[in-house]
Design a protein around this ligand. Structure first.
Ligand SMILES: [Zn+2]
Length: 181
């Protein structure tokens, strides 16, 4: 009986020590996990380049923070005005497109309208470069996109080629086209 109590005591002590170590390792909670590092700390030159793009007067929101994302193959944006650039994209010829597109998402009324976000790139870089970069992004996905997202990509490519500026534009175009037949 005493021996059993002792073993329970040892077991509980080990458990408490492990929990304490686990808890202590989380005491310094960073703003973001190591997956994200501020762009200026990764590549100062690219940071200055990206900041120059941000200063384009077509963007109303200039209070944007840039992070490098070392895991996700796509670049993303959050509602707080942070842009997460995929590391591979940082060193690609489509960095400018990516920045225009993601900054586009942060403008009023764009949200998840990919066609509207693309249009910010079209306005500055032109339809050909934007088209090539959406294709480039599609190829980068290496089949990781679901069929719905694939349809979204086709819609984006079609919209760029035909000068459509938003999802509503695209839907209107498709509906009118179908009604004509
Ligand atoms: Zn997007």
């Amino acid at each position: 009986m005493r021996r059993k109590d002792f073993l329970v005591f040892i077991f509980l002590t080990i458990l408490i020590v492990i929990s304490l170590a686990y808890w202590l390792s989380y005491i310094e909670i960073p703003k973001y996990s190591k997956r994200f590092i501020r762009l200026e700390n990764v590549d100062k030159e690219k940071y200055d380049y990206v900041k120059r793009i941000t200063n384009n007067p077509i963007f109303k929101n200039n209070k944007v923070e840039f992070y490098v994302d070392f895991i996700n193959w796509q670049s993303t944006v959050d509602i707080r005005g942070n842009i997460f650039i995929n590391y591979g994209t940082l060193n690609s010829p489509c960095l400018d497109f990516t920045i225009y597109h993601e900054l586009g998402h942060l403008q009023d009324g764009v949200r998840d309208d990919q066609i509207k976000a693309d249009y910010f790139s079209v306005a500055v870089l032109g339809p050909d470069k934007t088209f090539d970069c959406v294709m480039w992004l599609f190829n980068r996905s290496k089949g990781r996109l679901g069929w719905y997202t694939r349809l979204d990509v086709y819609a984006r490519l079609f919209a760029i080629k035909n000068g459509l500026k938003s999802k509503e534009d695209f839907e209107r175009y498709m509906t009118n086209d179908m009604l004509k037949e």
